[in-house]
Design a protein around this ligand. Structure first.
Ligand SMILES: Cc1c2[nH]c(c1CCC(=O)O)Cc1[nH]c(c(CCC(=O)O)c1C)Cc1[nH]c(c(CCC(=O)O)c1C)Cc1[nH]c(c(C)c1CCC(=O)O)C2
Length: 379
């Protein structure tokens, strides 16, 4: 299989980049800038003004793209995450196609847990499935610490990508302890998280031991990505919205805070994201985020009041809106940019991942529209 950037190259940022003699990439015709740390995306995360509101999409690499489906046709999900050539190509596909302001590493939240020794697979149409769910103290001991050598393919992929991306920042990511614990305890995806909550309320000591282990795995996984050169990280606590604020603060926040604090010295912005987290937005910020991800249920001006002036926000177009007529999409993009002006920094995104049935042309149009509507004249 050919993974080299070939046929579809000419579209976005990547195609237009040249490398100067210092090794810093610059776009044709533009003065050389300060690299990804000076990009619109990183500036917005830091609550600094920039030339436009940056935009990227959760799950921008994936089944909405024909070039993704083609390259993944005969490669199982976990295997594709362990092949740096595939990771690099799949990560670059949406950057080329849409001209988004950031790339996100192609991987999955269960990759480091598999590297830690838990037997699991990602089943198409279902999600992660764990062979022997983690429910006892002995089970928790099966989650081994990880280091660079256990995920050397991620280290390698990030280095390849950073070299390829030039000024475009690469976002690294990991799953937060609660969301990972849910997959480990349930054995697979769950709507109610009933077994997870039963363990959390029924045996808090075991719960905290499990989350502490997962937090170490997550932190180590993020450190590998930071050391290899990612410009920001996102901690996905997708299912945290299943908890009340009080329970979130008691059972989850300390573990996520441990992960985020462990990156204090890394110097890269930390995005903290979950779904259905309207009541948790303040707490998720307090856990140590620089940017809080907001789903479509909470308008960004309301979210900003809950999160406070010290953090930027990311979001929050409903992914299903991308299936509506363009006039509807345009109206919602305008509304979100308006409400985002209340925030000290705004990264445009969806409220959750791109749906597989999304027309990629609509994503490309949204990127162009966000850039056009938010363009600020140079100071
Ligand atoms: C909960 C969660 C998972 N994985 C992830 C989360 C947190 C984000 C979220 O809430 O969606 C994170 C994730 N998974 C994937 C990425 C890639 C980066 C990106 O483009 O955002 C990221 C950031 C690739 C993937 N991860 C997965 C796919 C689909 C697999 C395929 O294409 O065959 C991709 C592209 C598989 C996966 N992995 C997981 C699920 C629920 C699924 C979907 C199962 C299915 O419907 O087939 C667990």
């Amino acid at each position: 299989m050919t993974v080299a950037a070939g046929a579809t190259r000419p579209r976005g940022t990547i195609a237009a980049m040249t490398t100067d003699t210092t090794g810093t990439a610059a776009r044709d015709g533009e003065p050389r800038s300060g690299g990804p740390a000076d990009s619109p995306f990183v500036r917005a995360c830091r609550r600094e003004p920039g030339p436009h509101t940056p935009v990227w999409f959760m799950r921008q690499a994936g089944r909405s793209l024909p070039e993704y489906r083609e390259i993944r046709a005969n490669v199982p999900m976990l295997e594709s995450c362990r092949r740096p050539d595939l990771v690099t190509e799949i990560t670059l596909q949406p950057v080329r196609r849409h001209g988004v302001d950031a790339a996100i590493l192609f991987s999955d939240i269960v990759v480091p847990v598999a590297a830690a020794g838990i037997d699991l697979d990602i089943v198409p149409g279902t999600g992660p499935v764990v062979a022997e769910p983690v429910r006892t103290a002995v089970d928790v001991e099966r989650i081994n610490p990880i280091g660079r050598d256990d995920v050397s393919y991620v280290d390698e992929a990030v280095r390849l990508l950073v070299a390829e991306l030039g000024d475009t920042p690469l976002i690294g990511f990991a799953g937060a302890p609660f969301t990972l614990a849910s997959y480990m305890v349930e054995g697979g995806p769950s709507r109610t998280h009933a077994k997870t909550k039963a363990l959390m309320y029924g045996d808090p000591e075991l719960w905290h031991a499990l989350c502490a282990r997962l937090a170490e795995v997550t932190l180590a996984f993020l450190r590998v990505q930071v050391d290899a050169g990612v410009s920001a990280v996102q901690l996905f606590d997708s299912w945290a919205g299943a908890l009340s604020e009080a329970d979130y603060r008691r059972y989850v926040l300390p573990h996520s805070a441990h992960v985020l604090a462990g990156l204090n010295e890394a110097g890269v912005p930390r995005i903290h994201f979950g779904v259905g987290t309207a009541e948790l937005l303040g707490a998720m910020g307090e856990a140590g985020a620089d940017v809080v991800g907001v789903d479509w249920r909470t308008p960004l001006d309301v979210a900003t009041r809950r999160i406070g002036p010290d953090r930027a926000v990311q979001g929050n177009l409903d992914p299903a809106v991308l299936l509506a007529p363009w006039e509807v999409v345009e109206g919602q993009v305008r509304r979100i940019l308006d409400q985002g002006r209340a925030a000290p920094g705004h990264v445009f995104n969806l409220g959750h991942g791109v749906l597989p049935e999304t027309d990629p042309e609509v994503l490309t149009r949204v990127v162009a529209l966000v850039h056009e509507l938010s363009a600020r004249p140079a100071a």
